[in-house]
Design a binder for this molecule. Structure first.
Ligand SMILES: [Zn+2]
Length: 332
């Protein structure tokens, strides 16, 4: 099955992909209209006039309007996926569904975004990123703030519960990693999986170091959790996987196997670097990718720390404190 055939298959099941522009490097975000009862939108796009115009136009192309929406499902906490929720909710009165663990985070957007930045800043310091870069990143993050919004979730979903529409059922599956609130919606009858950013055909989903949803300061093992989540997804007999960006996936097992092998290779590469001499995560990121742009610093840090976690879990690397900074050294 080609991606075009997969989109056609989704349309036959009443699911339309809407491609909404974002100001972010990732490009457009996929939202999905599900023609069922209630009339359902999966994700909203970011909070901008341009995104709203496009959403209205693409909804009208398939014979609907924002006012008609009755349910909005949010797949995870990232602002490119939920920024328009306040506008849509106030215009349509739609119910808003999201995984229960994300409800407080989504409701307290501004405060939680500040806390997330604070958390990221202290991690960056600990892993050797220079202070001026951290300040610069914080202002970048603030400048993106307006593309998000508070989301008042009226329909909290539990992991494993069944979300019933008139003509279909979705099993709700919490699959953290890319973010702590990544949620999949699995239609086992049609073998269609709505996967959002958990699995994307053309880019590997960054397992971002994110503050835990309970607000604790425990450092998350985002990549370790993500790989666990991927292995669970691998077991699903899905035929069409609908992603949060790019084209549908029709062979998720092969894609997941590729990704698992890629992460293993990257961990080995990092091990070789660490075995040469103890290094900070920032030094490791520079060794792998050179001088990365300021805006990419946190992404690359998340990548490095995620893979070092795999090596630490295997007992091959350990953390050594050096003042306020942490270095990694090989144990063998
Ligand atoms: Zn995301």
């Amino acid at each position: 099955m080609t991606p075009e055939e997969a989109l056609e298959g989704a349309r036959e099941a009443g699911i339309h992909r809407l491609r909404i522009p974002t100001p972010f490097a990732v490009g457009r975000v996929n939202c999905y209209l599900i023609e069922d009862e209630p009339l359902t939108l999966v994700d909203t796009g970011p909070n901008s006039g341009k995104a709203l115009d496009e959403l209205e136009r693409q909804l009208s192309d398939v014979g609907h309007a924002i006012d008609d929406l009755e349910l909005v499902i949010l797949t995870h906490q990232h602002i490119d996926h939920l920024g328009l929720i306040e506008v849509i909710e106030s215009r349509s009165g739609a119910e808003v569904a999201a995984i229960d663990v994300a409800v407080a985070h989504m409701a307290g957007y501004s405060e939680r975004a500040d806390a997330d930045d604070e958390f990221a800043g202290s991690l960056m310091l600990r892993y050797g990123i220079p202070q001026d870069m951290i300040f610069a990143l914080r202002s970048v993050s603030r400048s993106f703030r307006g593309w998000g919004a508070h989301a008042k979730v009226t329909r909290p979903l539990a992991d494993g519960e069944t979300l019933r529409l008139r003509d279909r059922e979705f099993e709700v599956q919490l699959r953290p990693g890319h973010s702590p609130s990544d949620t999949l919606f699995w239609d086992s009858e049609r073998k269609i999986l709505v996967a959002a950013d958990h699995l994307i055909a053309h880019i590997s989903s960054n397992p971002l170091l994110t503050q835990p949803l309970d607000g604790s300061d425990e450092r998350p093992k985002a990549l370790v959790r993500y790989l666990e989540s991927l292995r669970k997804t691998r077991e699903l007999p899905a035929e069409i996987v609908l992603s949060g960006h790019g084209e549908p996936i029709t062979d998720h097992v092969a894609l997941i196997d590729d990704r698992l092998a890629m992460h293993e290779r990257r961990a080995e590469k990092l091990y070789d670097l660490i075995a040469e001499r103890p290094q900070t995560a920032y030094e490791l990121a520079q060794a792998l990718w050179g001088n990365v742009a300021v805006t990419e610093a946190f992404l690359t840090l998340s990548e490095v720390v995620g893979h070092v976690d795999l090596l630490m879990d295997a007992g091959r690397v350990r953390e050594i404190a050096d003042g306020d900074v942490v270095r990694f050294e090989a144990t063998e």
